[in-house]
Design a protein around this ligand. Structure first.
Ligand code: PEP
Length: 256
């Protein structure tokens, strides 16, 4: 079993939810509940909540992440936020390549790769999302799609930099739909991603890589998904907005 070579990480993706007061209230409820977590815990909040989340989590083991960053350091990119800006604030993590960015905001494998590069250069850690659509799964090309997304995003990333990356396998058909991949499906694709990474780097590098599953993970199904050999944590959308639900997932990852 190589599972114990890597750290389980549970990350909440709040998406475009929670104003400042709501963010403060959710964190005030959540932080005492996850105090004893035996896994990494990250909250990825909207840009407008970053400062609030940093303040609330100061002195705790909960890390704060953003949900996107641009690849340039600064310039005429209206509406964008650079990785540098996030790092300067004290943000540790950034989600890159979430399927909602790919689906609604024209993200491509190439722009995802550029954002990964910029995030690493700024000293941020990356949660890199990959995943197939339902029609791609039905066509039987899940492996090709996810493998290509992984390869393009990791182009130019050194083995040392890979240690700053978490990959989140998120089948698009399972995100926000209540339709979860079976634990066997999640494990199969996570394993495949690990093999792609082993081919690009080494088996040792791949064995050390945290690969999350994301897609309607909740308090009820978390233990089974997280019990799979190649599932090292979760990227959690809907269930991260309720402290007891998110805590149940953190506890499942902590073996409690
Ligand atoms: C996500 O947005 O990354 C996600 C997995 O959402 P949900 O848990 O709501 O499916």
């Amino acid at each position: 079993m190589n599972k114990n070579l890597r750290r389980a990480v549970i990350a909440g993706n709040w998406k475009m939810n929670k104003n400042r007061a709501e963010a403060k209230a959710l964190l005030a409820e959540l932080l005492p509940m996850v105090k004893e977590a035996d896994c990494g815990v990250i909250v990825c909040v909207p840009f407008t909540d970053l400062e609030t989340a940093l303040e609330a989590t100061r002195g705790t083991s909960v890390a704060v992440g953003a949900q996107n960053c641009h690849w340039e350091k600064s310039g005429a990119f209206t509406g964008e936020i650079s990785a540098q800006m996030l790092a300067e604030m004290g943000i540790q993590y950034v989600i890159i390549g979430h399927s909602e960015r790919r689906q609604y905001f024209g993200e491509t494998d190439e722009t995802v790769g550029r954002r990964v590069r910029a995030a690493l250069d700024a000293g941020l850690q990356v949660i890199l999302c990959v995943g197939e659509t339902l029609s791609q799964r039905e066509q039987g090309i899940t492996g090709e799609v996810v493998g290509l997304q992984t390869k393009v995003a990791l182009q130019g990333v050194s083995a040392e930099e890979l240690q700053k990356i978490i990959i989140a396998y998120e089948p698009v058909w399972a995100i926000g739909t209540g339709r979860t991949a079976t634990s066997a499906q999640a494990n199969e694709v996570n394993h495949l991603i690990r093999e792609v990474v082993a081919g690009l780097y080494s088996k040792a590098d791949a064995d050390a890589l945290t690969i999350q599953y994301g897609g309607s993970m909740n308090a009820k199904n978390a233990a089974e998904l997280l019990g799979q050999e190649d599932v090292d944590g979760g990227l959690i959308g809907g269930a991260s907005l309720k402290a007891p639900d998110f805590t149940a997932i953190v506890n499942a990852a902590s073996g409690k």
